[in-house]
Write a protein that binds this ligand. Structure first.
Ligand code: ATP
Ligand code: MG
Length: 512
C-alpha cells in the first residue's frame, strides 16, 4: 500500500505540499490538533498537510480509529453476521477518524524554523498526504553535523538524520522495552560519532560492543586506583558487606597513610592485616575479622584484580580523544561499576572545565558519555556511588561539552531530576503505564495518543523527539549488522549444535 501511493514531487512554485486528498477536517479544529474523517485508513506516524489562513501546515497522525455503527455493540453471532453484510453494502456505516498534531508551518519548516499555526484550519478543509520531497527536505541532514540513523517508518524512502552537535551538548535518553533496539541505536550512534572523529566513552554493562566495526575502537579495562579511595570506599570495592561493621572498622584502622603511600600497596595492606591475625594482643573477634578481610581481599584481587591499579594516575590515561572508548564493566559488581562511572565522569567533567578555562587538559573537544542500564547507576529515590556525579554532568555538562546518552528499559525507575535535563529522546515499546506516564511528563512531544502506539512498535522502530531531530518522527533505525552480542539467541539451533558435539568428541577419542 505504502509503495503504491502516488506521492507528488515538490511544487517548485511554492504551491501546496500535499498530495491527493485523504480526508476532511471535522469537529472542533484547533491550531495544534485536528480531527479528520477519511475514506481509507491513515497509519499512525504518517504525515498530512492542511491549508490554514497562516499557510500550509504539516501534521503527524497520532491516532486512527475505524468504526462501524452497525457493528459497535456486542451482538449474538447471527445478528453480527447480518450487521456485517449490511455494513459492507453501506459505506456510510464505516467511520474512519484520525487525530493529527501540528508540527509546524511548511514554509518555515523549509527554512529550518519551527513555527506553529496561530489559526486552525476551517472544518471541511482538505487533508492531504504530505509530499515526500517535503519530508526529505525536513528530515535530511544539512552539513556534517547531521548523520543518518534510519528512515521514516511510514515513508521508507525518506532518510532521517539527527544532529550530533545537539547530541554532544544536550543529553539523549534511549528509553525502550527490552529487545526493542536500544543497544543497536547506541552502537549506530557510536559509529556515527566515530565517522566524525568524535570522542565517546561507553560503559559496556553486558560486554556487547567489543565487535563493533569502528576504526580505532578502543576496548578499555577501566581502572580504579585504590589509593584514591577512603577505607569505606575500599571496603565497598573489595566486596566487604555493608553491615560487616567489625571488618570495616579494622580496615579503617589498618588503612593508614603509610599503606596508602607504600611502594607496594597490596603487600603493605596485607602485612598490616596479617599482623592483626597473628597478634596476641588482638581479641579473637578482631583476629577473625582481619582473617576474613584478608580472604576477601585476596579473592577480590583474584577476580577483579585488573580494575585495581595502585599506580593509575588518572582514569583519563586509559581513554583516548577522538575515539570510541568502550569501557568493559560487565564482570564487575554494581558498586564497582558505579564507582568506575563516577570516577571517569568526574575526571572528564573536571578536564573539560579546565579545557574551557584555558588550563591543562586532555579533551580539547566535547565528550559524549553513554551509560547502558542507567537504572543501575541513577535510580529514582536512591543515591548510588555515581548518581550525584551523573546529576552534576546532567546539570552542568552542556556548558562544558560533556553530554550523556542514558539507556534504560524502565524509564520510571530513573532519577526524574536527571531525566528532566535531557533534551532528546528515542522511545519504543514502552508498555508499563507508569513508564508511559513518565515519558509524557518528561517530553511534551509524546502525546497520550502517540504514547498509546508505543507498545505496538517492532524492534528498531522508535519515536525520535527533541533537540537532535528537526521534528518528531517515527523512525525505523538502521540495523548495525555486526553487533551480534545482545541479539535474541536461537535456542533450538544452539541445543542441536550442543548435542551434536559430544558425539564428535567420542568419535575423535575412538580414533586416537
Ligand atoms: N534497527 C533495527 N532493525 C531491525 N532489527 C533490530 C533493530 N534494532 C534491533 N533489532 C533487533 O532487536 C534485537 C535486540 O536489539 P537490542 O539488543 O539493540 O535491544 P535492547 O533494547 O538493547 O535490548 P535489552 O533491553 O535486552 O538490552 C537485535 O538483535 C535485532 O535482532
Ligand atoms: Mg541492550
Amino acid at each position: 500500500m505504502q509503495g503504491r501511493r502516488p506521492y507528488r514531487v515538490s511544487n517548485s512554485q511554492g504551491g501546496a505540499w500535499g498530495l491527493s486528498e485523504v480526508g476532511i477536517v471535522i469537529g472542533e479544529a484547533r491550531p495544534k490538533r485536528i480531527e479528520f474523517t477519511s475514506k481509507n485508513p491513515v497509519r499512525v506516524g504518517d504525515y498530512v498537510t492542511v491549508d490554514t489562513d497562516d499557510g500550509s501546515v504539516l501534521y503527524m497522525t497520532e491516532y486512527f480509529k475505524n468504526v462501524s455503527a452497525l457493528l459497535s455493540e456486542s451482538k449474538d453471532y447471527l445478528t453480527a453476521d447480518e450487521a456485517r453484510r449490511a455494513s459492507l453494502k453501506n459505506p456510510r456505516d464505516r467511520v474512519r477518524i484520525g487525530v493529527a498534531r501540528a508540527l509546524g508551518l511548511v514554509r518555515d519548516l523549509l527554512n529550518g524554523k519551527r513555527i506553529y499555526p496561530t489559526v486552525p484550519p476551517e472544518p471541511g478543509a482538505s487533508v492531504e498526504y504530505a509530499d515526500e520531497e517535503l519530508l526529505r527536505k525536513i528530515y535530511g541532514g544539512h552539513g556534517d553535523s547531521w548523520v543518518e540513523v534510519g528512515q521514516l517508518l511510514r515513508r521508507p524512502s525518506v532518510p532521517v538524520s539527527v544532529n550530533l552537535d545537539a547530541l554532544a551538548s544536550r543529553h539523549l535518553a534511549i528509553l525502550a522495552a527490552t529487545g526493542k533496539g536500544k543497544s543497536n541505536l547506541l552502537a549506530l550512534l557510536a559509529k556515527r560519532v566515530a565517522e566524525r572523529n568524535g570522542t565517546l566513552v561507553l560503559f559496556d554493562y553486558h560486554g556487547e560492543y567489543r565487535e563493533l566495526n569502528i576504526r580505532g575502537l578502543r576496548f578499555v579495562s577501566p581502572k580504579i586506583n585504590p589509593r584514591h579511595l577512603n577505607s569505606e570506599e575500599l571496603a565497598d570495592m573489595l566486596g566487604v558487606r555493608k553491615n560487616a561493621e567489625r571488618q570495616r572498622s579494622i580496615l579503617g584502622k589498618v588503612y593508614t597513610k603509610d599503606v596508602i603511600n607504600a611502594a607496594n600497596f597490596w603487600e603493605a595492606l596485607e602485612k598490616k592485616l596479617k599482623d592483626i591475625v597473628e597478634s596476641e594482643k588482638a581479641g579473637p573477634q578482631d583476629r577473625q575479622a582481619a582473617q576474613r578481610l584478608l580472604d576477601i581481599m585476596r579473592r577480590a584481587l583474584n577476580v577483579w584484580g585488573r580494575i585495581f591499579d595502585p599506580s593509575a594516575r588518572t582514569p583519563l590515561d586509559t581513554i583516548a580523544n577522538n575515539r570510541v572508548n568502550v569501557l568493559d564493566v560487565s564482570d564487575l559488581t554494581e558498586l564497582q561499576a558505579q564507582r568506575i562511572v563516577s570516577t571517569y565522569l568526574d575526571s572528564i567533567l573536571q578536564d573539560r572545565k579546565s579545557a574551557l578555562r584555558g588550563g591543562e587538559c586532555k579533551f580539547r573537544s566535547p565528550v559524549v558519555v553513554a551509560i547502558e542500564e542507567a537504572h543501575v547507576f541513577m535510580p529514582a529515590g536512591e543515591d548510588t556511588e555515581c548518581s550525584e556525579t551523573i546529576a552534576r554532568v546532567a546539570r552542568e555538562g552542556r556548558k562544558f561539552g560533556v553530554s550523556l546518552i542514558i539507556v534504560s528499559q524502565r524509564p520510571s525507575k530513573l532519577d526524574p531530576d536527571i531525566i528532566s535535563q535531557v533534551g532528546s529522546f528515542a522511545i519504543s515499546g514502552i508498555t508499563h503505564p507508569s513508564d508511559q506516564k513518565f515519558i509524557r511528563e518528561v517530553t511534551d512531544e509524546v502525546s497520550e495518543e502517540l504514547g498509546a502506539s508505543l507498545p505496538s512498535l517492532n524492534p528498531g522502530e522508535m519515536i525520535l523527539v527533541g533537540q537532535f531531530i528537526k521534528l518528531p518522527a517515527l523512525v525505523k533505525t538502521h540495523m548495525v549488522e555486526e553487533k551480534l552480542v545482545g541479539r535474541d539467541l536461537e535456542a533450538v539451533r544452539l541445543w542441536r549444535e550442543e548435542v551434536s558435539k559430544p558425539f564428535a568428541a567420542t568419535e575423535e577419542l575412538m580414533r586416537l
